[in-house]
Design a binder for this molecule. Structure first.
Ligand code: MG
Ligand code: MG
Length: 631
């Protein structure tokens, strides 16, 4: 299976595009004419640069408004194609994409178009070239791959074939299974793109909002299953028009692109077992069993402060690592590590960002399979040689360079707490606070990195995307995308900040890149937890009285409930399923915080309606803290 990507999909000049595409591991590229025209090199020079990078030129595109024109426009269109044929021969590319005409004078008529393609096929064949016809979703007369196929079928020329583009088929809600009736050898090329479900003009949607397979809401897997069932053996290529990608890092976008193709084709292979695909073996998407641990990098006073906060939250110091300056704090199923090492990954994170979460431990059925899948999908390997008596726990780096470790019971890794940590002797009995497990982890990133992160998690783990929601910060919008494993065993919210003036953006500016900003800890009884926390000195984020007056107007509460919430700074939300109660900690370490929550009767969300009030309260707190520090 050959992979490709259209040069238009990524940012930069042609050389930057070529380099990023080659480095990501694609076999070739579609040269988008605009990218060629803006380059100063001759066609031969451009072709040499592409080949020197180890890439093939799989397609030249696009050629517009060819078929169905009246004379003399028709003759002119043929002249234009001949000039592009000259160029293709110099580039050494044998296939051109002709997209269905939007010309106001195009006449329509299947046989007229077929006759044009028949003649074009003759001309192309003389030069050893081929032409592929693509139905644009907004084509004047042809906007459906079934009609394009009928034209190609009637043209009946070996040098004329069909080009399929998942966006054009799926955006018009055409059943992709109709592709199964097309002979595979008449499909000359396949372009893939996904897109978020937005109701808008097709052309605008296509030109600005396409994204990688798996990043949007279109049934790209069903489309590709149908394509592969035809026996299609040509390249699988990406053609993505996306404003964010055009402004993003070429390297990241290219890497995401290859990850999206490998993920998609691996799914296709599993769903269509008769199809043989030349694709590296990888374990299937990994089921998640929970968060095994969260590790903070911290040193000095800041580490002391963090441990005091953990103590006030009811965590107990359970053990100390046998060789490292690494403490294990536990409550219920929640394990938090505080790493004070001065060398290694945690120390690097601390130097770059101060107190921060440097490592996330995910409990899975098979840790080694998780590492393998991650690496096959292009994740950066991470390995630190274990010291004497330590376990070798499989790990990879995430999108932002943070580390994920994978822990399983089957290979004994879940026993790491007994193997690598010696129990602390003077464990004091504390009142039970009732925090049982990690409900969710919230990662903050710049808005244009969100798709990379969601693709990373959803391609590796059996996680699904919840609908994106807007979180209203008084100083700007933050987009929030929740990813959820089955049964909520792992929930990650991705929060994309567009401006540094938001709380999330401010946090981002202080950390070196994307990072976990808050951890939500679950309790079964928020009121018990609130009073137990207060009794041992935990300081919750003060919430304005106005918030509770508004709650009283919005909801009916049992007598006394609102007062209990008000006195404990508990925020409240309700959905069709159930209720949510939330308490926030005061912010610490540059804007991180803990959330404590109780979900009642299956509440599914994350309290987004409360976010403006929570954020305003956090900003009030931080500005008081800043003015106190300045005084
Ligand atoms: Mg296309
Ligand atoms: Mg939250």
């Amino acid at each position: 299976m050959k992979t490709g990507i259209a040069t238009v999909s990524i940012s930069g000049n042609l050389d930057q595009k070529i380099e990023a595409i080659a480095k990501a591991g694609f076999d070739g590229l579609e040269i988008f004419e605009q990218d060629f025209i803006v380059d100063a090199g001759s066609p031969r020079d451009v072709a040499a640069r592409i080949r020197d990078a180890g890439l093939e030129i799989q397609l030249f595109q696009p050629f517009r408004d060819f078929e169905g024109l009246p004379e003399p426009l028709r003759a002119k269109a043929f002249d234009r194609v001949e000039r592009k044929f000259d160029l293709m021969q110099e580039l050494g590319c044998d296939l051109v994409l002709i997209c269905s005409s939007v010309h106001p004078q195009a006449l329509g008529g299947v046989d007229r178009a077929a006759a044009d393609f028949q003649e074009l096929g003759e001309r192309a064949a003389k030069r050893g070239l081929r032409v592929g016809y693509e139905a644009l979703a907004w084509g004047r007369h042809v906007n459906d791959h079934r009609d394009a196929w009928e034209i190609v079928r009637r043209a009946d020329h070996p040098s004329v074939g069909l080009i399929l583009d998942s966006f054009h088929t799926l955006a018009r809600k055409i059943d992709p299974d109709t592709i199964r009736r097309i002979p595979g050898d008449k499909i000359f090329f396949v372009q893939l793109a996904d897109a978020p479900a937005i109701d808008m003009d097709l052309l605008y949607w296509s030109r600005h909002f396409r994204n990688m397979p798996g990043e949007g809401d279109l049934a790209v897997t069903d489309f590709m299953r149908a394509v592969m069932a035809t026996g299609y053996a040509g390249p699988v290529s990406l053609e993505i028009f996306n404003d964010q990608f055009r402004g993003g890092s070429p390297k990241t976008i290219a890497k995401d692109g290859l990850r999206s193709i490998l993920y998609l084709m691996d799914e296709v292979r599993r769903m269509e077992p008769e199809i043989t695909l030349d694709l590296p073996h990888m374990p299937p998407r990994i089921g998640v069993e929970g968060v095994s641990f969260i590790e903070f990098a911290a040193q000095g006073d800041e580490a002391d402060h963090l441990e005091a906060l953990l103590t006030s939250l009811g965590f107990r110091l359970e053990g100390r690592h046998i060789a490292k300056n690494l403490m294990l704090w536990r409550q219920g199923m929640i394990r938090i590590l505080v790493n004070r090492e001065t060398v290694g990954h945690a120390a690097e994170v601390f130097r770059a960002s101060g107190v921060a979460i440097c490592d996330l431990g995910v409990a899975v059925a098979d840790a080694e399979a998780t590492r393998q899948r991650g690496e096959k999908l292009g994740a950066t390997p991470f390995h630190q040689t274990p010291g004497p008596g330590e376990l070798d726990i499989p790990a990879i780096r995430g999108v932002g360079g943070g580390v994920l470790h994978f822990v399983d019971a089957s290979s004994g890794l879940a026993d790491v707490w007994n193997v690598e940590f010696s129990p602390k002797k003077e464990v004091q009995d504390q009142e039970t606070i009732g925090l049982s497990h990690i409900d969710h982890i919230a990662e903050t990133m710049s808005y244009d990195e969100m798709l990379s992160w969601s693709l990373f998690y959803t391609s590796l783990f059996q996680m699904n995307k919840a609908p994106m929601v807007d979180v209203v910060d008084p100083d700007g919008l933050v987009r929030s995308q929740a990813l959820e494993a089955i049964d909520g065993k792992l929930r990650i919210t991705l929060n994309g900040a567009e401006t540094y003036r938001t709380l999330a953006g401010d946090f981002l500016s202080k950390s070196s890149g994307a990072a976990i900003q808050h951890i939500a800890l679950a309790t079964d009884d928020i009121f018990h937890t609130a009073s137990a926390l207060a009794a041992q000195g935990f300081r919750s984020l003060p919430i304005s009285a106005n918030y509770y007056d508004d709650l009283a107007a919005r909801f009916d509460f049992a007598p006394g409930l609102l007062e209990r919430m008000r006195s404990a700074n508990i925020l409240y939300d309700r959905d069709d399923e159930g209720e949510l109660f939330q308490i926030y900690s005061e912010p610490f370490a540059g804007g991180m915080f803990f959330e404590i929550l109780e979900r009642r009767s299956g509440y599914r969300g994350y309290g987004a309606p409360n976010a403006p009030f929570r954020i305003a309260a956090q900003k009030r707190f931080l500005s008081r803290q800043n003015s106190a520090a300045a005084a």
